[in-house]
Design a protein around this ligand. Structure first.
Ligand SMILES: C[S@@+](CC[C@H](N)C(=O)[O-])C[C@H]1O[C@@H](n2cnc3c(N)ncnc32)[C@H](O)[C@@H]1O
Length: 267
């Protein structure tokens, strides 16, 4: 069955951590943490934590972190990679958080909001679990036209695997309007709310190795694994070609564009 939202199964969480996290999610986690102004001892919720990159980097700063995600496979990798750090992980649906009112100083959600089916309920839950004066920092990808990483997959998967396989990647760029994002936070009671476009310049020194890894860590990785080797090689080359000038024949350097919301729960 085709995965129409962004959920990974089997060993794909391992591949996500191995291939996608260093190139995409570490730079974003650093950016978001620099906007959060955490102090040692603060309590942070890393919501939709995936394999826990934000949680690990925050724990390195002496912050006490809980990572929550709906996907047990992602959480298993997160727990394994965070051994020895002051972090715990638990299964959590953003729309029904099990935490007490006001128990976090800050909440970061990196590339998760676009997948929540009921966004107003999820953002109200975030408001509830933050203490007065606490801050929420969210980032969600902007459109396919601004993101060669996702656009290349939509085009190449559509041609080589069928249009139905593009749904999960399209869902990554499924919540792109900054005004809609701002209204979501304001309606939940956050004030002030600042939403800005942020573009990071991402770099994979070995573009082919990165794209090979990406093909193993997308929600349609099972379909790609079922192709024969020449077909898989053709798909990889098509993906690289769709990156256009971002691929120089060896390395990939591409813009990654997102809306970043910084929202405060009034003190
Ligand atoms: C693209 S990954 C981002 C993971 C992580 N924040 C990172 O930066 O690597 C999206 C994550 O959102 C999680 N997710 C989707 N819907 C969710 C929900 N309703 N509640 C909690 N997590 C959810 C997925 O399981 C997945 O781990």
């Amino acid at each position: 069955m085709i995965n129409t939202v962004w959920q990974l199964s089997g060993d794909m969480a391992e591949r996500y951590e191995e291939f996608l996290v260093p190139v995409i999610f570490v730079p974003w986690a650093r950016d978001l943490l620099s906007r959060t102004h955490l102090k040692p001892g603060d309590k942070l919720l890393d919501l939709a934590c995936g394999t826990g990159v934000v949680a690990r980097l925050a724990a390195d700063q002496g912050v006490s972190v809980i990572g929550g995600d709906i996907n047990p496979g992602m959480l298993a990798v997160a727990a394994d990679r965070a051994k020895g750090l002051h972090v715990s992980f638990q299964q959590a649906d953003a729309q029904a958080l099990s935490f007490e009112d006001g128990c976090f100083d800050a909440l970061i959600c990196q590339q998760g909001l676009q997948f929540f089916p009921d966004k107003p309920v999820a953002i109200s839950e975030c408001f509830r679990v933050l203490r007065p004066g606490g801050r929420a920092i969210f980032c969600t990808a902007r459109g396919l036209d601004e993101n060669p990483l996702m656009r290349s997959q939509v085009v190449a998967f559509g041609r080589h695997l069928g249009e139905d396989t593009t749904m999960a990647i399209r869902s990554v760029c499924g919540f792109t309007d900054p005004d809609e994002m701002r209204a979501l936070f304001e309606q939940a009671g956050f004030s002030p709310v600042n939403v800005e476009k942020v573009v990071l310049d991402l770099f994979a020194p070995d573009g082919r190795a990165f794209v090979n890894g990406m093909m193993k860590s997308t929600p349609v990785a099972d379909r790609i694994a079922a192709m024969d080797q020449p077909a898989r090689d053709a798909l990889r080359e098509a993906l690289l070609q769709e990156f256009g000038a971002c691929f120089d024949g060896s390395a990939l350097r591409f813009p990654h564009s997102a809306n970043v919301a910084v929202a405060a729960r009034p003190a």
